[in-house]
Design a protein around this ligand. Structure first.
Ligand code: CMP
Length: 139
């Protein structure tokens, strides 16, 4: 079995609403192994850098302001086909369109405040994991 990683963030609204425990329970119940995890807060500059792929999009400013507005949980998760498996667990970007039982359906507020981030490719997972964690912080 080959294990892959994905990077998740529990976003400010979900953290503030005390959804962290429920989200981590769903993650571990789904068979992901937590490789690294921290509570942190992004500066505006860090949020701009993390989401720079979206820099030209109309929602970029709003996204950066929101993601730097409060504490988040960042974590590296490991599982076979982690990126795809996690995207299935979290559901569609817009919580209103997410399938029943998914994290975004149960914990999301709207398309911007959609509870969690999940990497969209193995390549981005590696980049995003390195954004938050050094090798010595991974177990
Ligand atoms: P995430 O998985 O963190 O990756 C990029 C984020 O941009 C996405 O989740 C959404 O929260 C946000 N996003 C995508 N589309 C929109 C939109 N139309 N309006 C506001 N935010 C959006």
């Amino acid at each position: 079995m080959s294990a892959n990683i994905t990077l998740t963030m529990i976003k400010p609204t979900a953290f503030k609403n005390n959804c962290t425990g429920k989200i981590l329970y769903k993650i571990t119940e789904a068979g992901f192994r937590v490789v690294a995890m921290k509570v942190t807060k992004l500066s505006k500059e860090e949020a701009m850098k993390f989401y720079e792929v979206h820099a030209g999009r109309p929602f970029y400013g709003e996204l950066v302001d929101f993601m730097s507005s409060g504490p988040i949980v960042a974590a590296i998760l490991e599982k076979e086909n982690a990126v795809e498996a996690y995207r299935e667990l979290i559901g569609a970007t817009n919580p209103a369109e997410a399938a029943e039982g998914t994290i975004r359906k149960e914990c999301g507020t709207n398309i911007g405040e959609n509870a969690v981030h999940g990497s969209d490719s193995d390549e981005n997972a590696a980049i995003e994991a390195s954004f938050f964690f050094s090798q010595t912080e991974r177990f």
